[in-house]
Design a protein around this ligand. Structure first.
Ligand SMILES: *Cc1c(COP(=O)(O)O)cnc(C)c1O
Length: 351
């Protein structure tokens, strides 16, 4: 089975080798040193400000989204949420559960997020914006520069979920003026699922000190305190943190820019081939991480046939888009030969 998914994805042999080893004990100076080294590389790879803080959370990405919301905002806030798909909807659900005030910028399928659309929300007293910079359920990549200008001119804090975009699309945390950046292990990093990372700006830190998150496990103050010495308050997913440190060094060796270029090259190779066989792609801006393919109601049967007859696992889409959208991931250990194999499989199935 070849995985053209968005997480978990095809893992690299170096990661699989680490995953097969006995775990070390973690309350040691060796483990602390590794964590501080990972923190340094995470900041480097995201262009984070020097005095920003990094939290390693043992949880899937959704917990990091929830942690960002409850640690950075309270009842005095009035939030804006970009909801162009299921991950934007998840931010809404999190705010609803915690009784936070929010308004959503809802996009219909195929609708692109423009500065003009955002201007409807200008000067309306919003205090923060929550956005999944790559809305993974549709593949749309939003314009971070436009959103950060909007937030800056409105004095709003900006929380960017870059879980499926980090290492696939260019990202400059400091340049964007964002306050929180959220990453996760199982997407472009191609590690086991279970570790999520929050990077917090110095400006956000001051505000966080005044907020009671109303959660024990997700109180980020304790994580930041322990991370000063390279530790976590609770037993972390030790093995994934070892996988992470190794991958951060691999990326450092080839450089973040080259890593992003390789994902971009794989996606543009696939999109070119897809165009040749007449499969349609939406016309909104796309992340390099995945290609959405449009069908006329038969997406699920195409998904099943690719999986069962050809051993090719693409990513189905939930909700309203179930019948019309399949997504092809370009992340993890894949090459253009895999693209050719998938195109051949698609040709067969579509005959
Ligand atoms: C994958 C992903 C998440 C995390 O989802 P989990 O199922 O909790 O791992 C969050 N946001 C985006 C944009 C994602 O692509």
């Amino acid at each position: 089975m070849r995985l053209f998914t968005v997480g978990p994805v095809e893992m690299y042999s170096s990661t699989l080798e680490i995953a097969s080893r006995q775990l070390p004990y973690f309350r040691t100076s060796e483990f602390s040193d590794m964590m501080l080294d990972s923190e340094r590389l995470i900041k480097k790879h995201t262009h984070a400000p020097k005095d920003s803080r990094v939290v390693f959370l043992t949880a899937s990405g959704t917990a990091a989204m929830e942690a960002a919301v409850i640690n950075c905002f309270d009842e005095s806030d009035n939030l804006l949420i970009v909801n162009g798909g299921s991950f934007g909807k998840r931010f809404e659900d999190i705010c609803a559960v915690h009784g936070l005030r929010y308004t959503s910028v809802r996009l219909g399928f195929g609708e692109r997020l423009t500065g003009e659309r955002m201007s409807e929300y200008d000067r309306k007293g919003y205090t923060g914006l929550l956005v999944n910079i790559h809305e993974t359920s549709t593949g749309q990549l939003y314009d971070l520069d436009m959103l950060s200008r909007f937030c800056r001119s409105n004095g709003m804090r900006l929380v960017v979920d870059a879980i499926s975009s980090f290492l696939a699309d260019p990202l400059d945390f400091e340049g964007s003026g964002a306050d929180v950046l959220i990453l996760s292990s199982q997407k472009v990093l191609a590690l086991s699922p279970g570790i999520s990372i929050l990077i917090i700006s110095p400006r956000m830190l001051d505000r966080m000190m005044e907020i009671d998150p109303g959660s024990y496990y997700l109180d980020l103050k304790s994580y930041m305190h322990d991370m000063e010495r390279g530790q976590t308050p609770f037993t972390p997913a030790v093995g994934i943190l070892l996988e992470l440190n190794s991958m951060l060094h691999i990326v450092d060796g080839i450089t973040v820019e080259k890593k992003i270029e390789s994902v971009a090259a794989l996606s543009s190779d696939f999109r070119g081939r897809l165009c040749e066989i007449g499969v349609r792609i939406p016309d909104y801006p796309l992340s390099n991480a995945l290609t959405p393919m449009m069908f006329d109601g038969n997406a699920m049967s195409i998904f099943e046939e690719l999986k069962d007859r050809h051993g090719l696992m693409v990513t189905p889409t939930g909700g309203d888009l179930k019948g019309i959208l399949l997504r092809v991931g370009h992340i993890g250990n894949l090459t253009s030969d895999d693209n050719i194999m998938l195109i051949e499989g698609l040709k067969e199935v579509l005959k």
